[in-house]
Ligand binder design. Structure first.
Ligand code: NAD
Ligand code: UDP
Ligand code: UDP
Length: 315
């Protein structure tokens, strides 16, 4: 077990954050979860509340926060397009004002700080698969910009605090990740399709379904978060994290219908504006620096995810 440290996880009540908090506790650390429950849920953290090493603080990171900590994981931000587009101004504030506050905090207490960035910084990519040195193709005034540009500006702030104030930063660009604990109403494709299939409702396929994504299982991703946080101080990223195996969204629908034994039929819906056509990470940097390659194939990771939603829907 590594030496006990104090970790602050913003967005710790969300899908990824709650799993990260659990892993850090398992490794013998103290964890403070900071969350305003915008898209997070108490159910995600309730079991950890019994631990004397876990604390919860209800707080919106667009406001300053003063506390003592050794390490910060900054995950606070709605991640699903329907949620981040619901109040786009708040989304940008969360990424930008939020980053300024957590960076100011890290600077004051000399904490190491991790930023959950996103493949969305590449926008609708003209390069495929995406490498970290690709600068992206983002519409700065479109409906996705509050998220994409917010996260891009957060990266800028992280690198400027690193250059200007010598902060120890780690920036990870996360590609589509799925698993148990996604909210039923999350709105992202894996949870939507599983919930629809389990209810035998129509599967809502946007566009022709030939757009691609690559899907990473949550436990693989969280392992990478922890490895990255433990890299040498000279390693800042940005580093891509995701599963390079690429699927069309139509293939995903077919796999989920098959695995759930559902009688759902595919219903075609309009493609949302600026929906990226293709996305898959080049993970050679992660392979080289943290010796990480995701090990869970889609069909394996979907099993516990389907079981999770099945249990929730039966409640
Ligand atoms: P999520 O919506 O489940 O979790 C986000 C958490 O942040 C929620 O608990 C929410 O309540 C909290 N939050 C939102 N705004 C806040 C604010 N102003 N102050 C405090 N808390 C706030 O999403 P997730 O999938 O767990 O994503 C976590 C992070 O990872 C996000 O930053 C997201 O952009 C990033 N990310 C996720 C994916 C993915 O596929 N899951 C991909 C790329 C990037
Ligand atoms: N901040 C915070 N907690 C801290 C220190 C700073 O929330 O422990 C916030 C504060 O709102 C500040 C911002 O982080 O405005 C940026 O801090 P920094 O020290 O970089 O800049 P300044 O204080 O000069 O604005
Ligand atoms: N999508 C879909 N049906 C849904 C939800 C999403 O066809 O019910 C598509 C969406 O248009 C996109 C892909 O699935 O092409 C992934 O969408 P998601 O919202 O999960 O994440 P994104 O990668 O777009 O941020």
């Amino acid at each position: 077990m590594s030496k006990m440290q104090h970790y602050t996880v913003t967005g710790g009540a969300g899908f990824l954050g709650s799993r990260l908090c659990e892993k850090l506790l398992e490794q013998g650390h103290e964890v403070l979860c900071v969350d305003n429950f915008y898209t997070g849920q108490k159910a995600n953290i309730i079991k950890m509340m019994d631990s004397p090493y876990f604390e919860m603080m209800r707080h919106d990171i667009t406001f300053p926060l003063y506390l003592e900590t050794d390490n910060i994981f900054n995950l606070a931000c709605p991640a699903s397009p329907i949620h981040y587009q619901f109040d786009p101004v708040q989304t940008t504030k969360t990424s930008v004002h939020g980053a300024i506050n957590v960076l100011g905090l890290a600077k004051r207490v000399k904490a190491k700080i991790f930023q959950a960035s996103t493949s969305e910084v590449y926008g609708d990519p003209a390069c495929h698969p995406q490498r970290e040195d690709y600068w992206g193709n983002v519409n700065p005034i479109g409906p996705r910009a509050c998220y994409d540009e917010g996260k891009r500006c957060a990266e800028t702030l992280f690198f400027d605090y690193h250059r200007q104030h010598n902060l120890r930063i780690k920036v990870a660009r996360i590609f589509n990740t799925y698993g148990p604990r996604m909210a039923v109403n999350d709105g992202r494709v894996v949870s939507n399709f599983i919930v629809q299939a389990l209810k035998n409702d129509p599967i809502t396929l946007y566009g022709d379904g030939l757009q691609t994504r690559s899907f990473c299982y949550i436990d693989d991703l969280i392992d990478a978060f922890i490895k990255i946080m433990n890299t040498d101080d000279s390693f800042t990223g940005p580093v891509n994290l995701g599963n390079p195996r690429e699927f069309t969204i139509r293939q995903l629908a077919e796999i989920i219908i098959d695995m759930t034994g559902s009688s759902s039929k595919i219903e075609f819906k309009p493609l949302p504006e600026n929906d990226p056509c293709q996305r898959s990470p080049d993970i050679s940097l992660a392979q080289k620096t943290i010796d990480w390659t995701p090990s869970t194939p889609l069909e394996e990771g979907l099993k516990p995810t389907i079981a999770y939603f099945d249990k929730i829907l039966r409640k």
